[in-house]
Design a protein around this ligand. Structure first.
Ligand code: GDD
Ligand code: MN
Length: 366
């Protein structure tokens, strides 16, 4: 059996056309439609009751933990089928793609199938403005390293029920439940079926700016999950680069006010190191223990000073003792910077931003 999970909020006008579209597509196959409704109070309950005499449809009214993704996760628990399809209620997702999606699962060709706007044959509504298109493309880019698909933002997907990661593993923030399941499920064969995405006619989109900001937090969490220390190192390096700009700006500014260059150099280190510490506390290691600020700041600044010694020492040793680097001094400089940063990162990661118990535990399990 196929369970079609449809998260809804105030979609009463779409329930009948949705049920009919699904029936036309699935015909004699065995299926159920699960309306996961966040207590819309718009007559959806009565509408589903009326439809249920002619369609295999039921409604689950949710009153806690509102949201599209939690509604879908509750739907996973309620689904009776061996196959689960998730789609929007607003007729954006063509049910006609479902048989092909299920076929790929049952043949073993794929273990996760996405309805995709961006594979050959797929398309978006003609009414999409250039702005909306650019917005969608920009949002898609940072998700690509997480899931090697063309349309990681799609909300239309099919998966075998047995392959869905357990509830405890799923912690989406915002709308992107498909991306969450794809990353946590570690599927081997993900494929995409082209769809024509139709804009909604009835009701309004609930995708607000607040949802888009949640998407950024969700992405960060998924990067952390997938790339672990590599993701932290990457953020640490980005923070370090931004700190270099602070360093340079203060160094130049002080000289404008008549401070000598050597004194300016000695001073500019402090705001830069403080900047780095703050951003690493708020962003890179924001999931770590919130150690007392003064203690942590002192530790971080000391580590930065030592890191600079490693950086300079590497440069000095290479250019003094290795003839190759006497020709390639910029290369020696770069290696010094990397060594210093690696040193700093190691100290920060192990001692300055200490892991919380849960993280230690979950690493132990993985
Ligand atoms: N239960 C529940 N709770 N359902 C919700 C909620 C909520 O808080 N918010 C939205 N939904 C339901 C809507 O009723 C609809 O069935 C579906 O989730 C999608 O919501 P829309 O408001 O139509 O979203 P959209 O069209 O902006 O976004 C869709 O397309 C995006 C790609 O352009 C979704 O499919 C996204 O997941 C997708 O990324
Ligand atoms: Mn929609």
């Amino acid at each position: 059996m196929i369970s079609i999970i449809v998260p809804t909020y105030k979609e009463v006008a779409n329930l009948q056309p949705l049920s009919e579209m699904i029936r036309d597509a699935l015909q004699t196959r065995e299926y159920e439609i699960l309306i996961m409704d966040d207590n819309s109070q718009d007559g959806s309950i009565e509408k589903v009751a009326a439809l249920s005499s002619t369609h295999p449809i039921r409604i689950v009214t949710r009153t806690e933990d509102r949201g599209l993704s939690p509604a879908v996760i509750d739907g996973f628990d309620n689904a009776q089928g061996d196959y689960v399809v998730v789609m929007d209620a607003d007729l954006s997702h063509p049910a006609s793609a479902i048989p092909q999606m299920i076929e790929r699962l049952s043949s073993g060709e794929s273990d996760f199938v996405l309805g995709s706007r961006y594979v050959p044959g797929g398309s978006i509504d003609e009414s999409w403005s250039l702005w909306r298109y650019i917005n969608s493309a920009v949002a898609t880019l940072p998700a690509l390293p997480l899931a090697r698909v063309k349309d990681p933002m799609s909300g239309f997907f099919a998966v075998r029920k047995a392959d869905i990661p357990p509830r405890g593993m799923l912690s989406p923030i915002g709308y992107k439940i498909a991306l969450e399941v794809m990353v946590k499920g570690e599927f081997k064969n993900i494929s995409e079926v082209p769809i024509h995405f139709v804009d909604r006619i009835h009701g309004e989109s609930k995708l607000t700016l607040a949802e888009q900001l949640k998407y950024l937090r969700h992405l960060r969490r998924l990067y952390q999950y997938r790339f672990k220390t590599k993701a932290e190192f990457f953020q640490f390096a980005l923070v370090g680069s931004s700190g270099f700009i602070v360093d340079l700006a203060v160094y130049l500014l002080l000289q404008v006010f008549g401070v000598s260059h050597t004194v300016a150099r000695a001073i500019s280190f402090w705001p830069a190191a403080t900047w780095n510490w703050m951003l690493n506390r708020l962003v890179t290691f924001n999931h770590r223990e919130k150690t007392r600020k003064t203690t942590q700041w002192s530790a971080f600044v000391s580590s930065s000073l030592l890191g600079f010694a490693v950086n300079y020492g590497t440069y000095y040793v290479l250019t003094t003792y290795v003839p190759f680097f006497q020709e390639q001094m910029v290369l020696a400089l770069i290696i010094g910077v990397l060594m210093g940063m690696g040193f700093n990162f190691t100290l920060s990661n192990l001692f300055i931003f200490r892991k919380l118990r849960e993280e230690v535990d979950s690493n132990g399990k993985a």
